[in-house]
Design a protein around this ligand. Structure first.
Ligand code: FAD
Length: 448
């Protein structure tokens, strides 16, 4: 049955979901706490640009918007590593033709909102979800400017209101035996900007994701279409080298010049930006159930907020929408069955990508600068090239293989890592890795 559907949160995932549902003939209303970003300049709070990869692309293709998005996307074919000694190295992400894309969060969200409205969804801005009466199927909103309340009835509603979801708080958390876990890592992040050159040119390699790995922390930079780069410093909150210890402009300047010398030269307003831009925290949220009866589901970050180190939060949320869309077709609008299968399929995948994302922090901030790790990746890449049906590197499974579930990618990556630990422990591996002996060992371990 087609239902009047309410979506709380017109962020990336809520807007995309509304497009899928409208295309299926549902009457969709989106309620968004913020004002309309297409009319007003929103002060960027976090992550100005995002890495869009194959899972997200698949969903955007399904709703027919990917060609438009390509116009604002910058392909990033690999990691460009800036080592502490000033040397640089380039590591391709995958095979030729495999790349991720730097996309402006704001522009993507605006395009999705436009398409949502073009497909018949209505978006109500400045409406903050305040409470939910699930017994009477009513949601209360308060207008953020005039404070007037609105109460609406729902038949079916989705909470796509992000990591600190009011839908999760006001609905699921009110129920007995709702499992809820939030975990903050000891690292926060701060955004800084490398502006374009005087002629609008990029001052570093354009088609790469730049990383300054420094063991316990790192700086990264993604390109923007105006020639600038958005840099993000992932850094401990406390300790000897931390946000807490860099408490004067002088200390920030000295630290950057010593630690990220080539980047420091390119950030003219470094000290001011460091103190004017917010320091934000990084949370993983796990909860269960994601659904209630045949009328409510959490989706996107509201169901599974993860740390950003695999560049998958949005991609995962987009994949949620794509999976849900397939289930609507499969279960012929029987919402009890649709939501149940959605939860069965997506909860293990949400948990898996949360774990993979945490693991990738250590890889990015530390291992990408380690020669032994680079050799391991080289061996894996060579083996995978020779046996593509037997070995897809973990990064490629997550990023370029939407046909592989995150939960399978996690299982495969654990198995592969165990094999590689044994390979890397072989005496003189640096010189023997191209021998048939190593290849044979990997083949046997894979079967074992
Ligand atoms: P959100 O984007 O948080 O949107 C939620 C919406 O709900 C917002 O518009 C909000 O205003 C609204 N809302 C909130 N509360 C209420 C309320 N009470 N009433 C009404 N509306 C409400 N992902 C990637 O795939 N690739 C990346 O490279 C990447 N990089 C990231 C870098 C950083 C530093 C961070 C923090 C995240 C990154 N992510 C990335 C993750 C990505 O940002 C999220 O996964 C994605 O934004 C989730 O979309 P969402 O729509 O579920 O939630």
């Amino acid at each position: 049955m087609k239902k009047d559907t309410i979506i709380i949160g017109a962020g990336l995932v809520g807007s995309l979901l509304s497009i899928y549902l409208s295309k299926k003939g549902h009457k969709v209303k989106l309620y968004e706490r913020r004002s309309d970003m297409r009319k007003e300049k929103i002060v960027a709070g976090r992550s100005i640009n995002l890495a869009l990869s194959d899972r997200g692309i698949k969903a955007l293709e399904e709703v027919g918007i990917m060609e438009e998005i390509k116009k604002i996307a910058i392909p990033m074919h690999g990691r460009y590593i800036h080592n502490a000694d000033g040397s640089t190295a380039y590591q391709p992400y995958g095979n030729d033709g495999q790349f991720i894309n730097s996309v402006s969060r704001g522009e993507l969200n605006k395009m999705l909102m436009n398409l949502a409205e073009a497909n018949g969804a209505e978006i109500f801005f400045n409406e903050k979800c305040e409470s939910i009466n699930w017994k009477e199927n009513k949601i209360s909103f308060q207008h953020t400017a005039n404070f007037l309340p609105t109460i609406i009835n729902y038949q079916l509603f989705f909470g796509s209101d992000g990591a600190y979801s009011a839908a999760r708080l006001n609905h699921q958390l009110q129920h007995d035996r709702f499992q809820y876990q939030q975990h903050y890592i000891d690292f926060g992040y701060k955004e800084l900007t490398i502006p374009s050159g005087s002629n609008g040119e990029f001052l570093m390699e354009k088609n790469a994701l730049h990383i300054w790995p420094r063991g316990n922390f790192m700086l990264i930079a993604l390109p923007n279409i105006d020639g600038s780069f958005t840099c993000t410093l992932f850094f401990p909150f406390e300790g000897e080298t931390s946000f807490a210890s860099l408490d004067t402009k002088e200390k920030v300047k000295i630290f950057f010049e010593k630690t990220f010398a080539d980047a420091a030269d390119l950030i003219p307003t470094l000290e001011d930006d460091f103190f004017n831009n917010p320091t934000a925290s990084l949370v993983t949220v796990k909860c269960f159930p994601w659904i209630r009866d045949n009328k409510f589901a959490l989706i996107g970050d509201a169901a599974h907020a993860i740390v950003p180190f695999f560049g998958q939060g949005m991609n995962c949320g987009f994949e949620d929408c794509s999976v849900l869309n397939n289930l609507i077709g499969k279960h012929n609008d029987n919402w009890k069955n649709i939501l149940e299968e959605y939860q069965i399929l997506r909860k293990p995948d949400g948990d898996a990508i949360a774990q993979l994302a945490l693991n990738n922090f250590i890889e990015m901030r530390d291992k990408v600068g380690d020669p032994k790790f680079l050799l391991q990746k080289k061996i894996e890449a060579a083996f995978s090239k020779k046996h593509p049906d037997k070995w897809t590197p973990a990064y490629a499974q997550v990023t370029f293989s939407p046909q592989i579930r995150y939960s399978d990618a996690l299982k495969n990556s654990i198995k592969q890592e165990a094999i590689m630990q044994q390979v890397m422990a072989l005496p003189d591996i640096e010189n023997i890795w191209q021998t048939g002996e190593v290849e044979q060992m990997m083949l046997e371990k894979l079967l074992g």
